[in-house]
Design a protein around this ligand. Structure first.
Ligand code: CP
Length: 312
């Protein structure tokens, strides 16, 4: 692939290639092994038009660990504030000859559009409700390491599915790898036509969690609710918040995941999030650096194999 824009275009073998390389980076990161030659001489620009802690920090760390020259564009202080469009901003940066552009944007499809206009590899760091491919890849690596496989698992994704790019990318990735995906949440937070993705849909948390191997919790993404129905947090926690009683319906060795940022006491009980016997939330963050290193390494191999002129 020339870019990493989503999970949708990836073949299962490509997913496995990224995960295998990321797994190796994860082990080497623990041993503080240096890889400064991998992206040496390449320039990475991070453009985050939406807030981020995990994704921005881990892309920056990943680039620096691989030896890239990393520039973080402060989008709040950029000329976007003076009316410059996304495309004009991208063309301006493109003229400075970056090799890797990491982009987060609040509008679905904005990153794909930008990728058509620039002459470098583009990585989608989350676009609106559309895709968050590196999140799904790091989730997959976390599951594979915890469960020893990434197929024939029963995985519940719970909460605000309708507004979640994490859910969308995970549904596609986990489906491609032949897992059984259950979506659990109130009908108001379930996208229409979701059954076409080969998933099972549950309104009742206990029913949906029964005997699953993995429980993936999502926060209420109020910033994308466009003034629509927002449930009361107290009522929401009562019905859909993951606590010890509801987790008891999953398999006894089921792992608990959350992409972050987490709202304790809304979608998840803080004690469950902190339970090192069940929660792999910190491992997800750790795998985030490794997956982003692998993704940029593989795209850079493509860049080096092709002259820039033929990439447009
Ligand atoms: N999971 C995730 O995308 O977190 P951030 O918004 O902090 O990057």
């Amino acid at each position: 692939q020339q870019h990493l824009l989503g999970i949708e275009p990836l073949h299962p073998t490509e997913i496995t290639t990224i995960l295998d390389l990321a797994d190796s980076y994860a082990e080497q990161n623990r041993r503080r092994v240096q890889h400064k030659n991998v992206l040496a001489g390449l320039t990475q620009i991070n453009m985050f038009f939406e807030n981020s802690t995990r994704t921005q920090a881990s892309f920056e760390l990943a680039g620096k660990r691989l030896g890239a020259d990393v520039m973080n564009m402060g989008m709040q202080a950029s000329s976007i504030k003076k009316g410059e469009t996304l495309i004009d901003t991208a063309l301006t940066l493109n003229a400075m000859h970056p090799d890797l552009l990491v982009v987060r944007h609040p509008h679905s499809g904005a990153v794909d559009l930008l990728a058509q206009k620039v002459n470098c590899a583009v990585l989608n760091a989350g676009d609106g409700k559309h895709e968050h491919p590196t999140q799904a890849l790091l989730d997959a690596l976390t599951i594979r390491r915890a469960k020893g496989r990434l197929h024939r698992l029963s995985i519940a994704i719970c909460g605000d599915i309708a507004h979640s790019r994490v859910a969308r990318s995970n549904i596609m990735l986990l489906g491609k790898m032949e897992n059984r995906v259950r979506l659990i949440g109130p009908p108001t937070l379930m996208p229409s036509g979701i059954g076409e993705f080969g998933v099972e849909v549950f309104e009742d948390m206990r029913e949906g969690l029964r005997d699953v191997d993995v429980v993936m919790m999502l926060r209420l993404q109020k910033e994308r609710m466009d003034g629509g129905f927002i449930p009361s947090e107290r009522e929401y926690f009562h019905r859909y918040g993951l606590d010890a009683e509801k987790l008891g319906y999953a398999k006894s060795d089921a792992i608990v995941m959350h992409p972050g940022p987490m709202n304790r006491g809304v979608e998840i009980d803080g004690n469950i999030a902190d339970d090192i016997n069940r929660s792999v939330i910190q491992e997800q963050v750790e795998m985030g650096v490794a997956v982003r290193m692998a993704a940029m390494d593989l795209l850079a191999q493509n860049l080096r194999a092709k002259p820039k002129e033929v990439m447009v």
